[in-house]
Design a binder for this molecule. Structure first.
Ligand code: NAD
Length: 463
């Protein structure tokens, strides 16, 4: 993986295009910056005027490694601008990316209202008949609805709609946008496909594969990719339960499995499960789509159920360690759904916090980046300025997100500050033998806590 300086020093394309981006969230802002880095002229907009005002000043509204520097550099280049005015944004664009949110409805179906609003806005303000690129993750068939909406709201203009799903990972989003594994473009006309080839030429010329398919295939391929990754995580979590019953070590099992190139090690880790704005909603949306199309896909429901079970299993370990939770103080280390982001949407750490609060515990959380975001989601929690403050007086500390800084904790200091030295490691971050040697009652996921399989009680619990 190339370092962040790669995208700071990228040479601009000799064939720049006018690009508009609708929605400046985790995908839209990164797309806007990446398009500017590759040399295109970009105007991005959002319904949230406050975001646009801050972005114009070079202030991103979420954390992503390297983003502040990259945003500043692209603003200074003059290629990247932000605007709240729809006409300024899409008026002269040759390509318009739709990057709005597609959150889940209560029944799991994707809420596509923002897609319709964005499509309608483009239809009313575009002057150059741009290719409209659906980058948001949407159920197969959405591009047809976008096309119909645009035809109606433009008063009869025909727009080319392309599906171009995004595969970036929060935490390495800029890198992923500029050095993707593959670019998928689903289009119905040679004109639209040729525009997309031109747009992505700076990236494909570096060897990235561009896969051209039809629109429904592109839309479905995004949902199926995420569902399959979620399946791997849930599979590992089911193996963790089985390993605990069989006295086996799930980390060794997935190491054995993942060494087979047909399986691969990625996303095969047991723990607190997956979260974030993609996997939970995309698994649910794919299940809903399959059922709607007449092919119920119960495996997807099982993937989600195993993910819920993974959080419940960690909560049970806390109860197993502490017996009653009422009046117990529990520190949760890590609140973001994964490291290197401040995104707490569908974070398993916050699901766990809610369960523990509901069972009567006092919960104090710490995260290197996501405290403000977590406080908005779970205001009943307390928050600490660092990990040591969080574990002060705690009866148990739970590792909920695998931030690297937790590996640097001074274990003797941690132990001395806690009321009971109990660690429940929801991410298998630490070595069990080392934790036991450091004097902790240490619980992890799918691994024996001790060579003899027992979790020794701390002296403070037995005396
Ligand atoms: P987000 O919530 O971070 O950003 C969405 C943005 O769209 C917000 O800033 C919102 O204010 C804006 N918006 C909503 N309606 C609008 C409208 N009509 N006009 C202009 N702006 C509007 O969401 P996100 O994480 O960027 O995800 C966007 C899409 O990309 C989703 O479909 C998601 O599934 C998909 N996706 C997300 C990721 C990820 O890691 N976050 C990765 C790949 C794909």
């Amino acid at each position: 993986m190339s370092d962040l300086s790669t995208h700071l020093a990228w040479d601009a394309t000799p064939d720049p295009m006018d690009v508009a981006v609708i929605g400046t969230g985790h995908v839209g802002l990164i797309t806007a910056v990446a398009m500017s880095v590759t040399g295109h002229r970009v105007v991005a907009t959002d319904v949230d005027d406050d975001k646009i005002a801050r972005l114009t000043e070079g202030e991103p509204h979420f954390y992503e490694p390297g983003l502040v520097e990259s945003l500043e550099r692209q603003l200074a280049s003059g290629r990247l601008r932000f605007s709240s005015d729809p006409s300024t944004t899409v008026g002269d664009a040759e390509v318009v990316f739709i990057c709005v949110g597609t959150p889940p409805r209560a029944d799991g179906e994707a809420n596509l209202l923002a897609m319709e609003t964005a499509a309608s806005m483009i239809a009313r303000h575009a002057r150059r008949s741009p290719v409209v690129v659906e980058k948001s993750t949407v159920p197969a068939g959405t591009a047809d609805r976008v096309r119909q909406t645009m035809l109606r709201d433009s008063g009869g203009t025909h727009f080319e709609i392309v599906s171009n799903p995004e595969f970036l990972r929060e935490g390495s989003a800029l890198h992923d946008s500029l050095h993707p594994d593959r670019i998928v473009v689903g289009g119905e006309s040679e004109h639209a496909l040729s525009v997309m080839r031109r747009l992505y030429e700076p990236i494909t010329s570096q060897g990235c594969r561009l896969i051209e398919v039809d629109r429904a295939t592109a839309e479905l391929a995004k949902h199926t990719s995420n569902a399959f990754l979620a399946l791997k995580i849930s599979f590992a979590n089911a193996l963790a339960r089985l390993s605990e019953l069989a006295g086996a070590d799930v980390t060794a099992i997935v190491d054995v499995m993942g060494s087979d190139p047909r399986i691969g090690p990625a996303f095969l880790s047991a723990g607190l499960g997956y979260g974030g704005f993609c996997f939970p909603k995309d698994v649910a949306a794919l299940e809903r789509l399959s059922t709607r199309l007449g092919y119920p896909f119960p495996l997807l429901g099982e993937v989600a159920r195993l993910n819920d079970e993974a959080v419940e299993a960690v909560a049970s370990k806390v109860e197993e360690a502490l017996w009653n939770l009422e009046g117990k103080r529990i520190a949760i280390l890590g609140l973001a759904f994964k490291p290197l982001t401040d995104d707490v949407r569908f974070s398993p750490a916050l699901t766990l916090a809610r369960i523990l609060l509901q069972r009567g515990a006092e919960v104090v959380g710490y995260d290197p980046r996501a405290i403000e975001e977590a406080a908005r989601e779970v205001p009943e929690m307390q928050f600490a300025r660092d990990a040591y403050e969080a574990i002060d007086g705690a009866h148990c500390a739970v590792i909920a997100t695998e931030w690297e800084e937790f590996l640097d904790l001074d274990l003797a200091a941690v132990r001395s500050r806690m009321t009971y030295p109990v660690i429940v490691d929801g991410r298998n971050l630490f070595d069990p033998a080392e934790m036991v040697a450091a004097g902790f009652s240490y619980y992890s996921v799918g691994r024996p806590a001790h060579p003899d399989g027992r979790v020794p009680l701390p002296s403070s619990l037995v005396s």
